[in-house]
Unconditional design. Structure first.
Lengths: 435, 335
């Protein structure tokens, strides 16, 4: 198996060398090709809506609508399963044949692509008046924009109103004291307070990130993310918060080997079967849990409340964390056809269709798009998001794969009783030496 | 040992040194020599017939090893060609990383435990199956089936059975016994892994030993029984020593497979928690700190370390253990 991985690595790499040798003569973003009136161009689009029927249909409809307006452009939609997308993209970029339009996750990943000159700067070409300024944040680097946002994914606690009622909790908690009180009440009723899919590490790590958001000021968070330096004491406090919380035993037994999503034995499965009362997640939660219910529909009793405020924390009350789906143009894509397509994705009707197909919250603030948010839980999340004084990207995305991965692993170690808050910070700092 | 252990052994440089036949160095065998004198036609034939295999081997085995060695000297995120040369720093970081050291320790535990757990059981199975009895072929199939099942299927199956809410604990609960955290508890997980590995690869060892047993001439059994040896004495003093070469080759394959173990661990414990559960291996470490973290230079350096560890152990083993077999000392000692 070593050989297989080695050859995979090296094959990609040798292709990269060849590609680098071949591509030096080409000007990135080749001028003159494409355009509205001119020669025929093809845009390949890599997206991750591979499951179900609604997502793929959205992309076929979008393709048809865009081609109708732009007769010289052919769109080729390539669905790539989400877990495979990053690897394939990296290989394609090294091979010198990247897709013209592709799903962009932002953060450290975007920074690496920008450093390698693989992604087009679209600052001047963007024409999407309905997309609010803040939504571009994740795809912005050093004041330049690199991606068109499709949906925003605010995070927080998603809970079962029925189970809360059963445990005698009348209002969703807003402070940490109320929250721990609710956990105890649920435990008394033998209800699992919190579902956690720690096998995938990131769901466990999100707890640490939210504690950090409450403990650290927004300036500290920005600085720490930009410099990949977690030495500020607020991060240690966040680790201690998580350690204390884990000592309450709020998660289901065997959380360490529980996957996050997709199967009945996953954390989402516990939510869909009403075995667990809440889960800390992004706004894909109602849809993801809904796909595991018997009728395949979102749970009717699901609600949302923001991560509770913590006394003495430096974070501005109401701050949120979230992710975002956006699309970038490759630096080799034909212009302006590619940016025309991104602007089309930013239009209110396409944003509305995307949100409907994915049970998502559209990035566009146009009424037509916002009207698609009909699930009560999503509406509650959106309301909290709209009021937030500061919104941070998921910290692991923000810090990049390398440190994000080390943090996630360190946090799981601590939850399993094998580490300490200090070890989480040390592990993240040690990872910097590996890349 | 794993299925890919055999691939690796077949293709490892260590194996080449003992005679993976190269076309130019023909052994001084009279018949062969006559043919090699047969002229161009024979040489063209040899080159033409071996070329595809050699090309594939060089492209997908030799070249990647060299490239990994090259990338190991760089800090490289995988986009574009590597440019940031950092000398041996990746290697320094690897050996200072406690995570890597514990992965290496786990590998050596797996090496030893695989030999100790699989060897005696496989010999017992082979002795049993070597006797004529009813249902023999059925038992043989049952023992061999786990080896034929793909690692992915076996891994997913075991993960579901042994998870905290899985079938195993459900069954124990019905008997009134409270279950364990088979996969998550670091004090149990390594043993769980060893039981799964034994279940998975015992069939392969058994088939090897059975082939070895069937190569032992019937006359020796007869001679021993005429001399008054009991069944157990025959096994101990006649059969086991003659099984030596087979045992030593099996141990070699098992050791290499254990050092490079990846698939079962990765499938059951996933991308993140093998270190937490105490079952990480060098290969899972390479995956999580290389590919998963986007550190392709560092990952390549880990691959090189893995390669060197396996190579050194393979060479030492061949030099000191397998030499007896290659020298034709088939009747000496035991495995």
């Amino acid at each position: 198996m070593k050989k297989r991985i080695l050859s995979g690595l090296a094959l990609g790499a040798s292709v990269a060398l060849l590609a680098a040798a071949c591509s030096t003569s080409e000007e990135p973003g080749g001028s003159g090709s494409g355009g509205t009136g001119g020669e025929k161009v093809t845009l390949t689009v890599w997206e991750n809506n591979t499951a179900g029927e609604k997502g793929p249909k959205f992309w076929q409809d979008t393709k048809a609508a865009f081609e109708k307006d732009h007769p010289n452009v052919t769109i080729e939609i390539v669905p790539v399963p989400n877990e495979d997308l990053d690897g394939k993209l990296q290989t394609a970029m090294n091979g010198g044949n990247p897709p013209d339009v592709f799903l962009q996750r932002g953060g450290g990943k975007l920074a690496e692509m920008v450093a390698a000159g693989m992604v087009a700067d679209i600052t001047d070409a963007i024409d999407a008046p309905d997309i609010p300024e803040g939504a571009f944040g994740a795809g912005t680097l050093n004041g330049k924009r690199y991606s068109m946002p499709m949906s925003v994914q605010p995070g927080g606690l998603w809970y079962s109103k029925d189970l809360f009622k059963e445990a005698g909790i009348d209002n969703p908690p807003t402070t940490w004291a109320e929250f721990t009180d609710a956990v105890k009440k649920l435990q008394e009723k033998d209800i699992i307070p919190v579902a956690l899919g720690a096998k995938d590490a990131w769901p466990a790590a999100h707890w640490f990130y939210w504690f950090a958001l409450r403990q650290c000021s927004s300036d500290t968070l920005e600085k720490a993310s930009n410099e990949a330096d977690l030495s500020d004491p607020c991060f240690l406090k966040a680790g201690e918060n998580l350690k204390d919380f884990a000592a309450m035993n709020p998660f289901q037994d065997g959380f360490l080997t529980t996957p996050a999503q997709n199967t009945p034995d996953s954390a989402d499965g516990l939510m869909s079967q009403h075995k667990a009362a809440m889960q800390l997640m992004g706004s894909w939660e109602p849809g993801a849990v809904g796909s595991l219910t018997e009728d395949g529909e979102p749970l009717p009793d699901m609600g949302f409340f923001p991560f509770p405020e913590i006394d003495g924390g430096q974070g501005q009350p109401g701050s949120m964390m979230g992710g975002m789906d956006s699309f970038s143009c490759s630096s080799k894509a034909p212009m302006p056809a590619c940016t025309d397509f991104l602007n089309f994705l930013g239009s209110a009707s396409v944003q509305a269709a995307f949100a409907t197909a994915n049970s998502a919250i559209p990035a566009s603030s146009a009424q037509e798009a916002q009207d698609t948010v009909t699930l009560p839980a999503l509406q509650e999340a959106l309301a909290a998001y709209a009021k937030a004084p500061y919104v941070s990207m998921w910290l692991d995305t923000r810090l990049g794969q390398n440190i994000g991965n080390a943090l996630n692993t360190g946090i799981v170690d601590m939850l399993a009783g094998k580490g300490s808050p200090q070890a989480i910070i040390d592990g993240a700092n040690a990872a910097a030496a590996k890349g | 040992m794993t299925a890919s252990a055999r691939e690796n052994v077949r293709t490892s440089p260590a194996d080449l040194s003992t005679g993976g036949g190269s076309a130019t160095a023909l052994p001084p065998h009279p018949a062969r020599r006559r043919r090699s004198r047969g002229g161009w036609k024979a040489r063209v034939e040899i080159v033409a017939l071996s070329a595809p295999a050699v090309v594939v081997f060089v492209t997908f085995v030799i070249l990647p090893v060299i490239l990994a060695g090259y990338y190991g000297f760089f800090r490289w995120k995988g986009y574009g060609p590597p440019t940031e040369f950092i000398g041996l720093r990746n290697y320094v970081v690897i050996f200072q990383d406690p995570e890597f050291r514990s992965a290496l320790t786990h590998n050596f535990q797996i090496v030893v435990l695989s030999l100790v757990m699989q060897g005696p059981v496989a010999i017992a199975f082979a002795l049993l199956l070597n006797k004529k009895m009813r249902g023999q072929s059925l038992i043989r199939v049952l023992i061999f089936v786990p080896y034929v099942i793909s690692e992915a299927v076996a891994g997913i199956g075991w993960a579901m059975i042994l998870s905290d809410r899985g079938a195993a604990n459900g069954f124990l609960a019905k008997l009134g016994i409270s279950g364990e955290s088979w996969l998550a508890d670091p004090s149990i997980a390594m043993w769980t892994l060893m039981v799964i590995l034994t279940w998975k690869y015992i069939g392969y060892a058994t088939i090897l030993f059975l082939a070895g047993l069937q190569g032992i001439p019937e006359e020796l059994h007869e001679a021993a029984s005429i001399d008054g040896a009991s069944y157990w004495q025959t096994q101990r003093y006649v059969v086991l020593p003659l099984l030596g070469p087979t045992l030593r080759i099996w141990a070699f394959l098992s050791i290499i497979g254990s050092l490079q173990l990846f698939d079962i661990v990765y499938i059951i414990w996933g991308q993140y928690i093998s270190g937490t559960a105490g079952v990480s291996t060098m290969a899972t470490y390479m995956n999580s700190n290389g590919r998963m973290s986007g550190n392709f230079g560092y990952g390549s350096a880990v691959a090189v370390v893995m390669f060197l560890v396996s190579l050194v152990i393979a060479l030492v083993y061949q030099r000191f253990v397998l030499r007896r077999d290659t020298a034709g000392a088939l009747t000496e000692g035991e495995g």
